[in-house]
Design a protein around this ligand. Structure first.
Ligand SMILES: [Ca+2]
Ligand SMILES: [Ca+2]
Ligand SMILES: [Ca+2]
Ligand SMILES: [Ca+2]
Length: 514
């Protein structure tokens, strides 16, 4: 008979305790070789499927105990043993309970210990009474016995029982190979009272048997002396977080959160932002996510890490005025009013006049408009910038003194006529085209002898001569002794004469040459 290895054994559930039965509990509900049972009262019934006498194949557990004489209908405590099946079972009536006959079945249940009863109990310490004649029953192991072994035959082999039978006590030894499961494999041994001397490693507990000592290993270790560390990391029996690294240690393991995560190893949360200061650029806010991080960019930046400046000028997100130029900057933009415009860039107003001194020529007045500018020209000039002469001479429309007339001519950016009077052909042109259409007799011009009597001088500083001045015959004659201002007087033609400056006449105003 080959020895069944420990790993072939059925699993043994630590903490499983069948202690409390009900009247409905069947013999076939028993999972283990030796079970301690407490039955309630009132389980008697007249008809049932109870089969067998002393050895039972099937039926209610508590009713079988009554048939076996272990308790009455008040209930009670007893042990029930599983052993090898019989060829057939006979029915009888005992203690008021009737059982049937039946053929062979998988297990035999008995309240009397059998030689084939296996050392397999849910209790760590179990007392049994072995019948005689168990020496040849199945045994696997030495000192420490596979739980498939006959508990009585093992006791005989151990030397604490003869083939005559008797009471023995055995101990379960649980082989705790894993931390994560309650499913444990089992074996049993017999104890002596001597001190346990075996050196168990890794804090394993020494168990003292009759002829040997054993190590009961802590979770995380295995082996005869608990010398083998279980690598929880490679056997995947660790509980490290998915973002943690498992590090095997002797007897245990450690979980440490991966880079950029923080926690105790079984719980790890993203911690990128704290551990990677500055990963979000340009003043961005870093936000941890479950597996990574996000950068919340300030306005004006874009990109995963906010590393890219947003070009507001090309993307059209700027607010520069139509008369401004957009200038992209890192993190923003600037608006600069174009040449000839002034303002803050988002509002720009025309500023042509101040930006361009002399824009309007010839004493023209510059006025900015909503879009550009206009020039308001003197009467002598025209054109967008007053650059073109429009006329050289103009008659006053009101008769005034010589001085008043001169003031008027000066008020329209001219003066009384001088240069136009000194050139004969020009003078004649003025007479034919400017003076005659006015059709008055007298017109003041810019010539007088106010500074020095008898010395006639134009108001632009040029002295009058016979060549440049066309006084009428016999003039000037200073009539009444106070004729100091010159005028044109119509006879056949217009010629010059002197007259009292206080007379009210019209006058010829003239464009002042630059
Ligand atoms: Ca380990
Ligand atoms: Ca920008
Ligand atoms: Ca005079
Ligand atoms: Ca005169």
């Amino acid at each position: 008979m080959s020895c069944i290895t420990n790993s072939d054994l059925p699993v043994f559930r630590h903490n499983f305790n069948f202690g409390n039965a009900t009247c409905d509990t069947k013999l076939s509900d028993l999972k283990h070789s030796i079970t301690k049972v407490v039955c309630p009262g009132g389980c008697w019934m007249q008809h049932s499927d109870l089969c067998g006498t002393d050895d039972y194949a099937s039926g209610p557990l508590c009713l079988a105990a009554m048939h076996a004489g272990l308790m009455d209908n008040e209930g009670g405590y007893f042990e029930v043993f599983k052993s090898d099946p019989l060829p057939m079972y006979n029915g009888t009536t005992r203690f008021g309970v009737t059982s049937e006959s039946c053929g062979s079945t998988t297990n035999t249940y008995s309240f009397l210990m059998k030689c084939s009863t296996k050392g397999y109990s849910e209790f760590s310490v179990t007392n049994v009474v072995c019948p005689p004649g168990c020496r040849s029953n199945y045994v696997c192991g030495t000192n420490l016995y596979n739980s498939n072994s006959s508990v009585c035959a093992a006791a005989i082999k151990e030397g604490i029982l003869t083939d005559n039978g008797g009471a023995v006590t055995f101990y379960m030894r649980e082989s705790k190979e894993t931390q994560s499961s309650e499913i444990l494999r089992s074996s049993f041994y017999y104890v002596d009272e001597n001190t346990c001397l075996r050196s168990c490693q890794n804090e394993g507990q020494c168990l003292s048997g009759i002829n040997a000592e054993f190590c009961s290993c802590l979770p995380g270790t295995k082996g005869e002396d608990c010398e083998i560390d279980i690598d929880e990391c490679t056997t995947r029996s660790h509980n490290c977080h998915q973002y943690a690294t498992c590090n095997n240690t002797v007897g245990s393991f450690q979980c440490s959160c991966n880079a950029n995560y923080t926690g105790n190893g079984t719980q790890c949360v993203s911690d990128y932002c704290t551990q990677s200061v500055g990963i979000c650029q340009n003043g961005a806010t870093c936000l941890d996510t479950e597996i990574s991080y996000n950068c919340l960019c300030l306005d004006g930046y874009t990109g995963q890490h906010c590393e890219t400046d947003l070009n507001e000028c090309t993307s059209g997100t700027h607010n520069c005025h139509q008369y401004a130029t957009c200038i992209n900057t890192a993190g923003g933009f600037q608006c600069s009013c174009n040449a000839n415009y002034t303002g803050n860039g988002t509002v720009c107003a025309p500023n042509f006049c101040a930006s361009n001194p002399g824009l309007c020529q010839n004493s023209g007045t510059c006025v900015d408009t909503s879009t550009d500018y206009t020039c308001s020209c003197t009467v002598w000039y025209t054109g967008n910038n007053c650059q073109t002469v429009s006329e050289d001479h103009q008659l006053t429309t009101t008769a005034m003194t010589w001085t008043e007339s001169r003031s008027y001519c000066q008020s329209i950016s001219g003066d009384l006529a001088t240069w136009g009077m000194r050139n004969a052909s020009t003078r004649n042109w003025i007479i034919e085209n400017v003076v005659r259409p006015g059709a008055y007799v007298h017109y003041w011009i810019g010539l007088s002898d106010i500074e020095q009597e008898g010395i006639w001088k134009y108001i632009d500083g040029v002295n009058a001569t016979a060549a440049n001045t066309d006084f009428a015959d016999g003039e000037p004659n200073d009539s009444l002794g106070d004729a100091d201002c010159a005028r044109l007087q119509r006879e056949n033609n217009y010629r010059m004469d002197d007259d009292n400056c206080g007379q009210n006449y019209r006058a010829i105003c003239e464009r002042t040459l630059n």
